[in-house]
Design a protein around this ligand. Structure first.
Ligand SMILES: O=C(O)CCC(=O)C(=O)O
Ligand SMILES: [Fe+2]
Length: 241
């Protein structure tokens, strides 16, 4: 059976307490979605990694100074579960994305449906799919970065941990930093178990201050994996130039 067919469908995302999660995203720039995929799907996605025909390109992180480890960008059509997750999560995040754009005084208005946003990306020359699988072994890590691939930027993205901490790997913590104007950067470790997703700001988000909103810049990365193997699914909503 092709691996894609072995992967079950996404459970409805409406099962989450969206008002609470959106509030957390707004206030802290990230929110954890426990068990966003089932373990079977996590394993099926991780085993896709060696299937080269599923991917459009591979990046060996050390060659670019991105860290150590590697990742592969899926090609279109995406595996069904990745496509579903991207398409179903997007509209739930659009109200916050538009609220942030207004507060950051950006002209961007995100359409309600992901397909319409993808059409905008393609019209802007960003035609290549960005969802990816990342693979880390012992000693690997992912330097702090922002997943920006052109002028079209959806301000939130998802990462799903496909491996079990302490069982499949040691170390390898998901790290977020935020840089506030005229202040030193603050770091946050996000504790994830296998199948948990974290939605976080790609780059800029507004934070309420005493004199109105100011702009905070976030970056994300992964600390060193000290043993074992760690896989992640990354879902970025804009496409790449
Ligand atoms: O492996 C991770 O947890 C981080 C993945 C990542 O950088 C991404 O999904 O954009
Ligand atoms: Fe990333």
């Amino acid at each position: 059976m092709p691996v894609d067919e072995a992967i079950s469908t996404v459970s409805p995302l409406t099962r989450y307490d969206w008002p609470a999660l959106l509030q957390q995203l707004d206030e802290r720039g990230f929110a954890v979605f426990p068990g966003i995929l089932d373990h079977f799907s996590c394993d099926a996605l991780a085993t896709l990694y060696p299937h080269e025909t599923a991917f459009r390109s591979q990046v060996i992180m050390a060659r670019h100074g991105f860290g150590q480890g590697e990742y592969r960008y899926f090609s279109y059509p995406l595996p069904a579960i990745v496509q579903q997750l991207r398409q179903q999560l997007y509209p739930l995040l659009v109200p916050l994305a538009n609220h942030w754009a207004t507060r950051l005084r950006l002209p961007q208005h995100f359409p309600a449906e992901h397909q319409h946003f993808i059409t905008q990306c393609h019209q802007a020359g960003q035609c290549r799919p960005t969802p990816l699988l990342l693979r880390y072994g012992q000693g690997d890590y992912n330097c702090l970065h922002q997943d920006l691939y052109g002028e079209q930027v959806f301000p939130l993205q998802l990462a799903v941990l496909l491996s079990e901490p302490e069982e499949d790997f040691q170390g390898g913590e998901f790290v977020l930093t935020e840089q506030r104007p005229r202040m030193q950067s603050r770091a946050q470790v996000v504790r994830l178990n296998k199948s948990d997703g974290v939605v976080f700001a790609v780059s800029a988000r507004p934070v309420k201050g005493s004199r109105g909103d100011y702009r905070v810049l976030q970056r994300h990365g992964v600390s060193e994996v000290t043993a074992g193997r760690r896989f992640t699914l990354g879902i970025i909503f804009h496409d790449a130039a």
